[in-house]
Design a protein around this ligand. Structure first.
Ligand SMILES: Cc1cc2nc3c(=O)[nH]c(=O)nc-3n(C[C@H](O)[C@H](O)[C@H](O)COP(=O)(O)O)c2cc1C
Length: 225
């Protein structure tokens, strides 16, 4: 993996070289897209991706559509002892912000949250306000980064879950993450090894979510269709 040029090539100067061979079917990629499932954080365990694998996963996460190349997202990694230290931040924030006084059990749960997986990646959506690209599009790009992170983790042989939980919105946690006013947590992506295989969940029927455009709505309504 280390010999992959993706790691050593600087992002900007590489822009003019061909991105990839001309499109050909990649059945394995389609299988991944059609079968990927999240594994809940509580069912993740070691091992997590090694440093070179994580770099590759993050490289894939950063390869998303991004109108005007604003890079409206960044990643914060939690590994090893940092997960425990962040747990103390979560417990303190919970104690200070919970509507009802937090029980000792609740505080223990919060302190252990980031220990559920060997690697947690906070995906931070950041808005370049001075730019002309609508905020909505910049936020969508951050969502795409989260999804690529999930897919890349899965493609590398790991399991993952994209969650926000309460602490994505906690003022104290935001401060501990060093977020400025243009930044928001798009998700915490927990990455590890599944301790048990996930079961399938219902998916929307395509008939319920796909339509074909057949002309302006007003005209069709007037025609009684
Ligand atoms: C932005 C976002 C936030 C989410 N936050 C949570 C959460 O806090 N807790 C949770 O149990 N699931 C959360 N989910 C859902 C999980 O990712 C869930 O496991 C996933 O939707 C399962 O679908 P999948 O099998 O297609 O991956 C969130 C999903 C998204 C897109």
């Amino acid at each position: 993996m280390q010999d992959d040029k993706t790691f050593s090539a600087p992002a900007a100067p590489a822009a003019r070289r061909p991105a990839a061979p001309m499109a050909e079917p990649v059945p394995e990629a389609m299988t991944l897209l059609l079968t990927r499932r999240s594994v809940v954080a509580a069912k993740l365990g070691a091992p997590g991706p090694a440093a070179d694998e994580l770099r590759r996963i993050l490289t894939a996460a950063a390869r998303v559509p991004d109108h005007k190349k604003l890079v409206p997202w960044r990643f914060i990694l939690f590994e090893g002892e940092a997960r425990e230290a962040f747990g103390r931040v979560l417990a303190d924030a919970c104690a200070a912000e919970a509507a009802e006084p937090a029980s000792p059990v609740r505080l223990e749960t919060e302190a252990a949250r980031f220990l559920r997986a060997p690697v947690v990646v906070a995906v931070i959506s950041r808005i370049a306000r001075e730019n002309v690209v609508p905020e909505w599009e910049q936020i969508l790009s951050a969502g795409a980064a989260c999804q690529n992170l999930l897919l890349a983790a899965h493609a590398a042989g790991y399991a993952a879950q994209w969650i926000t939980e309460w602490y994505a919105y906690s003022p104290r946690v935001r401060a501990a993450l060093g977020l400025d006013e243009r930044e928001r947590v798009a998700g915490f992506v927990y990455i590890g090894t599944a301790r048990e295989a996930p079961t399938e969940r219902p998916r929307p029927a395509l008939d319920d979510i796909v339509t074909r455009w057949t002309g302006p709505r007003a005209r069709r309504d007037a025609e009684g269709t």
